[in-house]
Write a protein that binds this ligand. Structure first.
Ligand SMILES: [Zn+2]
Ligand SMILES: [Zn+2]
Length: 381
């Protein structure tokens, strides 16, 4: 159980994290703050530098049993926060606008409960992963040789979800979050005087042909197994001048599918399309991939464990609003463990994630921590 003074301290801790957001890959001070907070817990071991700035805190019962991992994220977003709260971001152009400050605090709350009443068997790992927002962190953590030491049998995560009733959890077996990938297409020709564009090789017509063609590769619709969506998010051609016919263009397209296999298919389709159009206009074409998120898919057994834990402690739950088109890199932990992601409602009329006026709802700290604790007790005593 968390006491009132726990909640006061944990809320203050969350707000302090909120003041000093660090973006993906730069979470050095946040990791240090977490390590310092872990000092107060009865841990067997703390691993640092996992897949970047990742931190893993281990409670080992000493008795045989499974390893259960609970995951939170360290990173914030490159967005300027708009807030009158006295815990508003102190870092220009950066904000904890996805609630990862709250998720970290939930894990510390769980750590307090497990310190007071240790698990009877197996191990609990509190995993503070870096770089969730660009899709690189979970992969880097799992690929880190040090991760072998804490390799979980079960993995669970909670993400707060504005727009859903406060304290209500949505989850289901199967797809939760789509796979997505950022594809950068760079076209290169040759500049010319704007009076004689025929002397150069301009990418302008290729771009105007490529935008609708890319969009047509994936038109969205129902989120079933065949779901494909291509969203052109950025286009730049030449320089803002009237005297030069341009030589360069760049297009950003976000590719989205329901599963990881179809992602490589749509990626190839987009690249082949761009190559064909580039050839037609005598342009050189180059590709680069960013923000590569695997699909997040809940294991049936792990989902059942989570649902029965929530039912046991009276947390209302269902499967509304799932799966989601948005991506989340937690799915990587499910490649080699029974994993489930839970979407915890922040309230129906609540600023959306990644909005400049979003802030984590502190009253979710004990809700999330209690769900995690009950899962840990059900699996490990
Ligand atoms: Zn986010
Ligand atoms: Zn998030």
């Amino acid at each position: 159980m968390l006491s009132n003074s726990d909640l006061v301290e944990l809320t203050a801790f969350r707000r302090n994290l909120h003041r000093y957001p660090e973006i993906s890959g730069e979470e050095e001070q946040t990791a240090k703050t977490i390590v310092k907070a872990l000092d107060k817990l009865k841990l067997t071991k703390v691993l640092t530098g996992l897949g970047g700035h990742g931190v893993a805190a281990v409670f080992d019962s000493g008795a045989d049993g499974p390893t259960v991992l609970f995951r939170a994220e360290l990173d914030a977003l490159p967005i300027q926060e708009l807030s009158d709260n006295d815990w508003v971001s102190q870092m220009d152009g950066k904000g904890h606008l996805c609630g990862h400050d709250g998720h970290m605090t939930m894990l510390l709350a769980l750590g307090r409960m497990l310190s007071r009443e240790p698990i009877a068997k197996g191990r609990v790992v509190l995993m503070f992963q870096p770089a969730e927002e660009d899709g690189s962190g979970a992969r880097a953590v799992v690929a880190d040789p040090a991760f072998q030491e804490i390799k979980p049998d079960w993995a669970f995560a909670i993400h707060n979800e504005p727009g859903r009733p406060f304290g209500y959890v949505s989850t289901r077996t199967g797809l939760i979050n789509c796979a997505s990938q950022g594809l950068q297409i760079r076209l290169t020709g040759k500049t010319a005087h704007a009076a004689s564009p025929e002397d150069g090789v301009s990418p302008t017509l290729a771009v105007s042909k490529l935008i609708p063609a890319l969009s047509a590769l994936g038109t969205g619709g129902t989120l079933d197994d065949g779901f494909r969506l291509v969203t052109v998010t950025h286009v730049n051609v030449g320089e803002p001048t009237f005297g030069i016919a341009p030589a360069d263009a760049v297009i950003y397209a976000t590719l989205r599918t329901a599963h990881d296999g179809p992602m490589s298919v749509i990626h190839d389709d987009a690249c082949n399309l761009a190559k064909t159009i580039a050839d037609e206009f005598g342009l050189k074409v180059e590709f680069e991939t960013f923000d590569d998120f695997a699909a997040s898919i809940n294991d049936e057994e792990a989902t059942n464990v989570a649902v029965s834990a929530m039912n046991a402690i009276g947390v209302p739950n269902g499967n509304e609003g799932l799966p989601m088109r948005a991506s989340e890199d937690f799915g990587v932990f499910g490649w080699d463990a029974k994993a489930a992601m839970l979407c915890l409602g922040s309230g129906e009329n609540y600023a959306a994630l990644h909005n400049p006026d979003y802030d984590f709802h502190d009253d979710l700290i004990p809700v999330g921590a209690s769900i995690f604790e009950r899962i840990a007790r059900d699996l490990l005593g």
